[in-house]
Design a protein around this ligand. Structure first.
Ligand code: 5GP
Length: 212
């Protein structure tokens, strides 16, 4: 029977630890997952690598990719563009991998509209106090950028109910395990089984034709 991988969208306020949860998922269950690398117009942070963390683009290059319909989705987030290159996602899904998109909410909801069987998971911090502490401790953003990101979180919180699951990230390992469990069990939901159902239908038809 054919089986496509699941498209998983992982979102969460800046500083919730999405990146670390994804890293843990890949380290623990590596064979089942593929991580899509996005393009962005944001400048690289210290230690970030081209093609690993992001494909870093100028605004002109990014908008040319938009014109060329090269993105599955893209969005503007706090002064910069971010987008998911389409070919990698499509290839990995057809190879049966669970493809993770670590993207913000606008892009996530766009993907859900185009691909209704995508699984949307929103990670939340144990508290906003803890979120602020993590953002300060990360030390990669100025107080002004942190504030902009928290303002964005205030908008995002209104749309979380459009996601399929909300998972608290208190302990990284537990959170990654829970996400893996959700992905695994979601595969068995009838709404994700359209391929199997159409295969069964075709087989039934063939079988009954043979009976005549
Ligand atoms: P950061 O600048 O912290 O790396 O990312 C900022 C936000 O952009 C995060 O919420 C991240 O999940 C989101 N993001 C990263 N890549 C993409 C993408 O390809 N599309 C969209 N819509 N958001 C993205």
């Amino acid at each position: 029977m054919r089986k496509n991988g699941t498209l998983i969208i992982l979102s969460g306020f800046a500083g919730t630890g999405k990146g670390t949860v994804v890293k843990t998922l890949l380290e623990t269950y590596g064979d089942s997952y593929a991580l899509s690398v996005s393009a962005t117009t944001r400048s690289p942070r210290e230690g970030e690598k081209e093609g690993v963390n992001y494909f870093f683009k100028s605004e002109k290059e990014f908008l040319e990719m938009v014109d060329g319909d090269e993105f599955l989705e893209y969005a503007k987030y706090v002064d910069n563009f971010y987008g998911t290159p389409r070919p990698y996602v499509e290839n990995m899904l057809s190879e049966g991998k669970n493809v993770i998109l670590e993207i913000e909410m606008q892009g996530a909801l766009d993907v859900k509209e185009k691909i209704p069987e995508a699984l949307l998971i929103f990670l939340v911090p144990p508290s906003i106090k803890e979120l602020y502490r993590r953002l300060k401790e990360r030390g990669t953003e100025s107080e002004d950028v942190i504030r902009k990101r928290l303002c964005r979180a205030k908008e995002e919180v209104k749309v979380i109910s459009g996601y399929d699951y909300v998972v608290e990230n208190d302990d990284i390992n537990k959170c990654a395990e829970l996400v893996h469990w959700i992905v695994t069990s979601a595969k068995y939901q009838a709404r994700y089984a359209s391929l199997q159902i159409s295969d069964l239908e075709a087989e039934l038809e063939d079988h009954l034709k043979g009976d005549k």
